[in-house]
Design a protein around this ligand. Structure first.
Ligand SMILES: *Cc1c(COP(=O)(O)O)cnc(C)c1O
Length: 392
């Protein structure tokens, strides 16, 4: 069995059998020809492997899917047009009209929207809880609860949830556990090893890593992923071959990128923690919250490139820091080689009502930093200049 960084390069691919091409080709086609009517019949009956129509599947997508299932250590994976498409497939895989979902309170804003709008209109009810509090999770179960959906670390508070403990609670109630592994990536954490039934990703972030592709991944047991493919055929949320190829290329450097994201974020967290204009830093890699840090050590290899920090001076203080930056770009999204900053209350979490935001720790002065792979000293110098505009 190859080790992780080797799998990033070789899993799911090999020299092209027709040409010897070292790099898998981009199959830029919508449809696939058969040699005979008999072959079509066999394909339709499920007796023949292969491809028929790119919305259902495509060989370039298969390379990405096989690589991701190897990296997450699961039976199968499916690539989709976005992280949101993966979230929708997972929710509708486990739940339908009359069912109930428990979701972490501090999830991605898009996940919150899906559960409170699209899924709600389909008759799926959701309860939002603090998944770092196991008693609160336990107390939210109903007879019709089918799924627990969480992120760890979560967006944008970096709160860590105990995946093993929550999977055991969910399974005892006959429910499944979905972990959105976008922030950690399989380099730092493989949720299936801790009892998660299914793992979702926004491939737009660290997996691709270069801010130039929108994509999603869902990974788990083969039967569940086959069912997700049926959902994807219906929603039409298929990834296109060129973007799949770019994610495959991005994944080859996942291990080296994540090592640098991990170490840069540790260094930047330490700098911010010691800065007089910063009230609080959220990063599970540092022992700022002993329990959170311990949970992270139990289930993560490293803590990734995302961190949160609360600036003194609330909403205005945070905006002054954001506007004082010279290199770090003011942009949503995350997980790429360049460092990006956002104020969650003004962007990703503006759709979450203020009382719910505050309960989740998403205060006005909170900034979310996606620490890139630049020289750590250059990132710190930029932050230092911007923080000097706020009174400590
Ligand atoms: C960005 C993101 C998503 C949604 O992914 P898209 O590719 O933008 O659809 C879901 N979960 C998390 C944690 C994210 O950061």
């Amino acid at each position: 069995m190859m080790n992780f960084s080797t799998l990033c390069i070789y899993a799911g691919e090999g020299p092209d059998p027709c040409t010897g091409s070292v790099i898998p080709p981009i199959y830029q086609t919508t449809t696939f020809a058969f040699n005979s009517s008999r072959e079509i019949e066999e394909y339709m009956a499920g007796e023949r492997q292969g491809y028929i129509y790119s919305r259902y599947g495509n060989p370039t997508l298969t390379v990405l899917e096989d690589k991701m299932s190897a990296l997450e250590g699961v039976e199968a994976a499916l690539s989709l047009a976005s992280g949101n498409a993966a979230t929708i497939a997972s929710i509708f895989l486990w739940a339908g009209s009359g069912d109930h979902v428990i979701c972490a309170r501090d999830v991605y804003g898009g996940t919150y929207s899906i559960l409170t709008d699209l899924a709600a209109r389909a008759g799926i009810e959701a309860t939002f809880v603090n998944t770092s509090d196991l008693a609160e999770v336990e107390g939210a179960f109903r007879k019709n609860t089918k799924l627990v959906f969480l992120e760890s670390p979560a967006n944008p508070t970096m709160r860590v949830s105990d995946i093993r403990a929550i999977s055991e609670i969910a399974h005892a109630h006959g429910a499944k556990l979905n972990v959105d592994n976008t922030f950690a990536t399989p380099f730092n954490q493989t949720p299936a090893d801790h009892g998660a039934d299914i793992v979702t990703h926004s491939a737009t972030k660290f997996l691709n890593g270069h801010s130039d592709v929108t994509g999603g991944i869902i990974a788990g047991r083969r039967a569940d992923i086959d069912r997700c493919r049926e959902i994807m055929k219906q929603t039409g949320a298929s990834l296109n071959p060129i973007d799949a190829w770019l994610v495959v290329r991005g994944l080859k450097t996942l291990a080296v990128r994540m090592e640098r994201h991990n170490s840069n974020a540790m260094t930047v967290a330490e700098f911010l923690h010691n800065h007089p204009a910063v009230e609080r830093v959220c990063y599970p890699g540092q022992p700022y919250d002993e329990q959170q840090h311990q949970t992270a050590l139990n289930q993560m290899k490293g803590c990734g490139g995302m961190l949160g920090f609360v600036v003194k001076g609330g909403y205005e203080g945070a905006q002054r820091v954001v506007d004082g930056l010279k290199m770090i770009m003011r942009a949503v999204s995350l997980g790429a080689v360049e460092t990006l900053i956002t104020q969650p209350v003004a962007t990703s979490h503006s759709c979450v009502p203020k009382p719910e935001r505050e309960q989740a720790g998403i205060v006005d002065g909170l900034l979310r930093l996606s620490v890139g792979i630049e020289d750590a000293g250059d990132i710190i110098a930029d932050l230092e200049g911007a923080l000097s505009t706020v009174k400590g």
